[in-house]
Design a protein around this ligand. Structure first.
Ligand code: CP
Ligand code: NVA
Length: 332
């Protein structure tokens, strides 16, 4: 049984608890497909705080809450007092009096930790600059579905390693005993403190962790290749020039996929810049002449890409996260 009130970062979870959440997600997914209702949290209310934009995370929390019998209230980046006229600590104490759970997407990890400390209700991290734990559950469920196991899986993450996705893949792979390769320029590797923490976790779990600047070494015989955007939400547009320079050799394309196992899958948390059909993608093309960024169109649309399975799994894993933590917290 999961003994956690919150999900702030998977660093706080044991490997067994992560696996348990993934297994619970699988069960809830099967029930949903069969039309078996699971309104285990009937009558509870949750609030979804989004200081940054979202399609998947917001929709997953809203649909999951409804499937569990709960009501969800969405608060966007404007319209509430939070952060402007009211501190996070005060906001936490107000929301905790009205809601049974709080989701937060925004900037500093400290903010989600402050909500957990002062609200007195379960809090879930829907993405901060530092971590994206609910995304990890979806990604590792997707790997499990396609590969049948997690331990020993050869996983290469290409690109920006020092932000939420890069940090979170490192933590989760260390916890679950993968053969994990962070592939990108040194400047964009996770910070030394996190690297050391994860290397210590790996010693206990049997994970193998490699940091490399060599794309061929990184991709070699991999079961899974993943990437993320080169400039994340909340970062300045001025970062594009530097990132393009640093990360163009790490674009996931047919050549990179060619070094991986022939049955390798491709993951991306989305949204992704893989063609010119987005406003930002077009702007970057006009300025820098690249028509695909972190992944090209061929790989994104190709048979190895499982990005929409991964997107769907956000729903099932977020549902499992709310259910498990609320069951523990409310002793249900
Ligand atoms: N992957 C992810 O978190 O997507 P959204 O930004 O759409 O929520
Ligand atoms: N690194 C990305 C992830 C989006 C889901 C960002 O923070 O924008």
């Amino acid at each position: 049984m999961i003994k956690q009130d919150h999900l702030l970062t998977l660093l706080d979870y044991s490997p067994e608890e992560i696996i348990e959440l993934i297994e619970l997600s699988k069960k809830l997914k099967e029930e949903k497909k069969k039309g078996i209702p699971h309104r285990h949290l009937e009558g509870k209310n949750v609030v979804l705080l989004f200081e940054k934009d979202s399609t998947r995370t917001r929709c997953a929390f809203e649909v999951a809450a409804a499937d569990l019998g709960m009501n969800a209230v969405y608060i966007g980046s404007s319209g509430s007092q939070m952060g402007k006229k009211e501190s996070i600590k005060d906001t936490a104490r107000v929301l905790g009096r009205m809601f049974d759970g709080i989701e937060y997407r925004g900037f500093a990890q400290e903010t989600v930790e402050c909500l957990a400390k002062y609200s007195g209700v379960p809090v879930w991290n829907g993405l901060t600059n530092e971590y994206h734990p609910t995304q990890m559950l979806a990604d590792f469920l997707t790997i499990l579905e396609h590969k049948g196991h997690l331990k020993g899986i050869k996983f290469a993450y290409f690109g920006d390693g020092r932000y939420n996705m890069g940090n979170s893949y490192l933590v989760t792979s260390a916890k679950l005993g993968l053969d994990y390769r962070m592939v990108g320029p040194k400047e964009l590797w996770p910070n030394e403190e996190l690297r050391n923490k994860c290397l210590a976790i790996a010693k206990e779990t049997g994970a193998k962790i490699t940091f490399t600047e060599n794309p061929i070494e990184g991709a070699k015989d991999c079961d899974v290749i993943a990437t993320d955007v080169w400039v994340s939400m909340g970062e300045s547009d001025d970062a594009w020039a530097e990132r393009i320079k640093l990360l163009t050799p790490y674009q996931v394309n047919e050549k990179i996929m060619g070094y991986a196992d022939k049955n390798a899958i491709f993951l991306h948390c989305l949204p992704s810049f893989h063609n010119l059909e987005t406003k930002i993608g077009l702007e970057v093309y006009k300025k820098f002449g690249l028509d695909g960024l972190e992944v090209n169109e061929t790989v994104f649309e190709g048979p190895q890409s499982v990005v929409f399975d991964e997107a769907e799994n956000r729903l099932h894993t977020i549902k499992a996260t709310m259910l498990a933590t609320m069951k523990h917290f409310y002793k249900l």
